[in-house]
Design a binder for this molecule. Structure first.
Ligand SMILES: *[C@@H]1O[C@H](CO)[C@@H](O)[C@H](O)[C@H]1NC(C)=O
Ligand SMILES: *[C@@H]1O[C@H](CO)[C@@H](O)[C@H](O)[C@H]1NC(C)=O
Ligand SMILES: *[C@@H]1O[C@H](CO)[C@@H](O)[C@H](O)[C@H]1NC(C)=O
Ligand SMILES: *[C@@H]1O[C@H](CO)[C@@H](O)[C@H](O)[C@H]1NC(C)=O
Length: 472
C-alpha cells in the first residue's frame, strides 16, 4: 500500500506535466523527445517565465502608481446659471464724505503720507480723539462708493431693472465692493439664469467711475476705473489679485465661457489631493467664510493670520470677519497693516494653510474686447443732454456688457487611466502570450501542489505510526 502511494507521486507529476495546459511544460517533460530537445524546451519555458514575471511586475507597478488621465467634453446646459460678478472701484474712499470732516481729512491724509496733513497719527492723544468718534470699519463702509451712484443703468436678461436688487455689498481687499448674483443672493433667491447667448441674454451696465471723488486708493492701485471679477457665487472673490481692469471711456464686452473641472478625490493617489466638498462628511474648515473654495481658503488664511497669528484683536476694515469688533486707529496702524504686509511678503504663512482646490470646481474664462465710448458723435449729444463737459464722459463712464458665449460648459474630468480590470487583462494577455497559460492553468498548479502535499502528509503519518511502537 505504501509503495503504491510512493509511486503515485512520481506518476502524478508525470501526468500533470504531460497534460499541462502550459505548453512548454508538456514538451519539456515528454520522455519520447530526445534530451537536448527537452533541454531547449525547458530553457524556453524558463526564459518566457522570466519575461512574463518582468512584464507582470511592470504592470503592477504601473497600477500602483495610480496613473490619471484627463478627458474634455462639451455639455449643453440651458438655462445656465449666471456667474457672480464683483465690481470694485479703484478708489476706496469718497472725497465728499471725507472732506465734510476736517479732522477726518487730516487723518486720512496722514495715512497716505500726504505732506498737507497737520496731524501726527502716532500721537496717542490724536488716536484717542479719533476712536471716540469713529472706527476704521465705519469710515471705510460709509465712505465707499454707493451702488445708486455707481450703477447708473442696468439691464438684466434684456429687461430694464434696478441693479440694487441684485447687488450685495462685499468687503474685499479693495474696500467695499458690490457683487451681482452673490452667494447671499443665491442662497436667498436662487441663482439668476441666462436663457440665451449674447449681449441681450446677459448683464448690461453703465458704470460711473466718479473720478472727481477719488481720494484714497489701496497701495496696489494708482489707476482709474473698475476691477471686475467673474466667479462662481460660492467662490470668494480674490478681486485684488484676479480681477480684470476696466478703463473709463470704453464700451467693454466680457464674453464668458464656463469650465467645470472634476478632480479625483484625495484618497486616490497623493498628487491629486483635492478637497471633496460634495462628500456628506465634509466639514468646512474655514473660520471666517461660509463656503469652502480655494480662494476662500486663501482669504481665510490672511484673516486668520491677522487675528490669531499676529493677535490683532479687531476686525480689519477690509476683511470679512463677523463677530469681531472693528479696529481702532491704533490697532489698525500698529497691528493690522503690519500683519497684512508680513502676510503678503512671506509665502510660508499661506503654505501653512495648505489651501487646496475643491474636487469639483467651476470657473469662467473671460474674453475681453473694448471700443472707445462714447463716440465723438454720441459725446456731443450726451453732453448737450446732461449739461456736462465732454471730458466728463470720457473720464468716468463705462458701458459694460457681460454675457455667455455659449450655453454649454466645458467639462474637464480626471479619471483612473489604469484600473484593476486593465491590470487583469494585461496580465492575462501576457500570461497567454508568453506561456499559453490561463488562470485555469494556475488552478492546475494549485491542484498538483495540493495533491503532493496530501500524499506527503499521509506518508508522514504512516512513518510516525510505524515508529512509535519501536521506541517503546
Ligand atoms: C509723532 O508722534 C510720535 C509719538 O508721539 C513721535 O515720536 C514722532 O516724532 C512724531 N512725529 C512727528 C513728525 O512729529
Ligand atoms: C444713494 O444711496 C445713499 C444711501 O444708500 C443715499 O444716502 C443717497 O442719497 C443716494 N443717492 C442718490 C443719488 O439717490
Ligand atoms: C461670537 O462671539 C460669541 C461671544 O464671544 C461666541 O459665544 C460665539 O460663539 C461667537 N460666534 C461665532 C460664530 O464665532
Ligand atoms: C516666514 O515665516 C516663517 C514662520 O514664521 C519664518 O520661519 C521665516 O523665516 C519667514 N521667512 C522670511 C523670508 O521672512
Amino acid at each position: 500500500m505504501a509503495e503504491k502511494q510512493g509511486e503515485s507521486v512520481g506518476q502524478k507529476l508525470h501526468e500533470f506535466a504531460a497534460h499541462s495546459t502550459v505548453h512548454g511544460v508538456s514538451h519539456a517533460w515528454d520522455i519520447k523527445r530526445s534530451g537536448p530537445r527537452r533541454v531547449i524546451w525547458f530553457l524556453l519555458l524558463l526564459g518566457f517565465c522570466a519575461f512574463f514575471l518582468y512584464v507582470a511586475s511592470d504592470r503592477i507597478a504601473k497600477y500602483k502608481s495610480h496613473p490619471i488621465g484627463t478627458r474634455i467634453r462639451v455639455i449643453d446646459k440651458k438655462p445656465t446659471d449666471f456667474p457672480a460678478v464683483t465690481f470694485c472701484n479703484m478708489n476706496v474712499l469718497r472725497k465728499t464724505f471725507i472732506e465734510a470732516d476736517e479732522f477726518l481729512l487730516n487723518v486720512i491724509r496722514a495715512l497716505k503720507g500726504d505732506p498737507r496733513s497737520t496731524v501726527n497719527v502716532s500721537d496717542p492723544e490724536l488716536r484717542r480723539r479719533f476712536d471716540e468718534k469713529y472706527t476704521m470699519g465705519d469710515i471705510f463702509k460709509k465712505g465707499a462708493h454707493t451702488p445708486n451712484t455707481t450703477f447708473t443703468k442696468c439691464i438684466w436678461g434684456g429687461e430694464d431693472d434696478i441693479c440694487h436688487l441684485y447687488m450685495t455689498p462685499y468687503s474685499t481687499q479693495m474696500g467695499h465692493c458690490f457683487t451681482f448674483n452673490s452667494y447671499d443672493y443665491v442662497m436667498q433667491h436662487g441663482s439668476l439664469q441666462a436663457n440665451r447667448i449674447g449681449v441681450e441674454g446677459g448683464l448690461q451696465l453703465n458704470l460711473n467711475v466718479h473720478q472727481d471723488e477719488y481720494l484714497y486708493q489701496d497701495f496696489k492701485h494708482k489707476s482709474a476705473g473698475f476691477k471686475v471679477l467673474v466667479h462662481h457665487p460660492f467662490t470668494w472673490p480674490l478681486i485684488s489679485d484676479l480681477g480684470t481692469a476696466i478703463a473709463p471711456g470704453t464700451e467693454t464686452y466680457l464674453a464668458i465661457e464656463e469650465v467645470l473641472v472634476k478632480r479625483l478625490p484625495s484618497d486616490f493617489g497623493d498628487e491629486s489631493s483635492c478637497v471633496s466638498t460634495d462628500d456628506p462628511s465634509f466639514v468646512n474648515p474655514l473660520e471666517f467664510i461660509e463656503k469652502y473654495s480655494k480662494e476662500g481658503c486663501v482669504y481665510n488664511c490672511l484673516v486668520k493670520y491677522v487675528i490669531h497669528g499676529k493677535g490683532c484683536k479687531c476686525r480689519p476694515w477690509n476683511l470679512h470677519a463677523n463677530n469681531i469688533t472693528d479696529c481702532s486707529l491704533g490697532e489698525y496702524l500698529d497691528c493690522v497693516t503690519i500683519a497684512q504686509y508680513e502676510f503678503s511678503k512671506n509665502q510660508t504663512f499661506l503654505d501653512l494653510c495648505d489651501c487646496r482646490d475643491t474636487c469639483t470646481e467651476a470657473y469662467f474664462r473671460v474674453r475681453k474686447s473694448e471700443a472707445l465710448y462714447p463716440s465723438d458723435l454720441a459725446l456731443g449729444e450726451m453732453s448737450a443732454k446732461e449739461g456736462r463737459d465732454e471730458t466728463y464722459f470720457r473720464k468716468n463712464i463705462i458701458d459694460l456688457k457681460i454675457y455667455f458665449e455659449s450655453l454649454s460648459y466645458e467639462l474637464i474630468e480626471e479619471y483612473e487611466s489604469y484600473t484593476l480590470t486593465d491590470l487583469q487583462s494585461d496580465i492575462g494577455g501576457n500570461l497567454g502570450l508568453c506561456l499559453g497559460a490561463s488562470f485555469l492553468s494556475l488552478a492546475e498548479f494549485g491542484e498538483i501542489i495540493l495533491l503532493l502535499l496530501t500524499s506527503m502528509f499521509k506518508k508522514c503519518i504512516r512513518i510516525e505510526t510505524r515508529a512509535t511502537p519501536e521506541t517503546r
